[in-house]
Design a protein around this ligand. Sequence first.
Ligand SMILES: [Zn+2]
Length: 169
Amino acid sequence: MSEMGEMSEIINQEQTKQEQEQANQEIITSYQDMLDNLYDIINSNINIISDSTNNKVDTPNVIYDKTKRTYWNNYTINCNQINKDCETVKKYSANEFKNVCSIDKKGRLIIKGKYTDKMIICTFKNYINKYVQCSLCKSLQTNIIKDHDIRLNFIHCSNCNYKKAIKTI
Ligand SMILES: [Zn+2]
């Protein structure tokens, strides 16, 4: 084998090694995602938020009935507990569940189709993480502020004044 041949052989080996490492990395990442999801599900059975602040959010109470609809019974209470408007949370939920959502006279959220309590709890938790909870002091006393000049929304914390940019819902 010529010197050039040897050289390209080494380069090839190096590339394969890199590809292999990249593939391994991807496996690890998706495994981590899986663990995170699992952890979320396990946690969701306990309490929606348990930290040192005085946040109290009840676990969503969910039933599915013969009408092939899912009822989130304590929906309005949950929205009040995170200081958010029921319509805003409904819009987010409809997007996440990719199905029609409505609020009935009893303040329940009705979702067309079957959704388990775990799915509802995870979605609600994600909403709180993304759009409600202050990442600095963990308070739920926050507002979303729209800055039209720079076309960004912010979570503004009434407790510690922290402002964090977020994606629009
Ligand atoms: Zn804060």
